[in-house]
Design a protein around this ligand. Structure first.
Ligand code: IMP
Length: 178
């Protein structure tokens, strides 16, 4: 079994690159079918979704635009500890079909924050496409429209996702060995 060490942790392969590509292509085809004629704008959330976005977009065949946003954490809101600020939305989203492209929806709090921020820009509709979803960790009600893989609660790295900043470059997805 393929294993990698990143900093102090060992990881074992859980989703090989060829399986990732199959599911990314499947998601792209669903989007092509559902959003035809809607001229969507894809909002890729950096850093984690850079690989997913690149592979996904190669299979999107309908006219579309793509943009990138980033989340900045800052301190100061007492109850939650950390609130994420969305930076880099420069496009006019009014009356547009927006597709948020994320690497992983875990508790869903980040996605909820993104939806709020994009929602204030008066889009016509917002879709969510995520590479990974941990359904058992979800804390908020979210309508996640496109999911490449549902996974268990374990911590994973690779294909854009990191452990302490490392591992994003791996082509396969790996699960931590406890
Ligand atoms: P949420 O707000 O709990 O849904 O978390 C979303 C963010 O947490 C993702 O965009 C990732 O950056 C990070 N994250 C959650 N689970 C994992 C994981 O298993 N590996 C790496 N990053 C993760």
């Amino acid at each position: 079994m393929k294993q990698v060490q990143i900093l102090d942790r060992d990881f074992t392969i859980s989703i090989p690159a060829n399986k990732i590509q199959e599911q990314v292509e499947r998601v792209a085809q669903e989007i092509n079918r559902d959003l035809e004629g809607k001229n969507p704008i894809f909002m890729s959330v950096l850093n984690g979704s850079f690989m997913f976005t690149a592979d996904l977009m190669k299979h999107i065949t309908i006219p579309c635009e793509i943009s990138f946003v980033k989340l900045a954490s800052y301190q100061g809101v007492a109850s939650t500890g950390q609130i994420k600020e969305v930076i880099g939305i420069n496009e006019d989203l009014s009356d547009r079909t927006v597709v948020i492209v994320e690497d992983i929806v875990d508790t869903g709090l980040t996605m909820q924050r993104l939806l709020e921020s994009v929602g204030t820009r008066m889009p016509k509709e917002i879709y969510i496409a995520t590479l990974l979803l941990k359904p058992d960790k979800l804390q908020v009600e979210l309508d996640v429209n496109y999911v490449a893989f549902e996974i268990p609660n374990d911590f994973i790295v690779g294909y854009g996702l990191d452990y302490e900043g490392y591992g994003r470059n791996l082509g396969d997805i790996y699960t931590v060995i406890e």
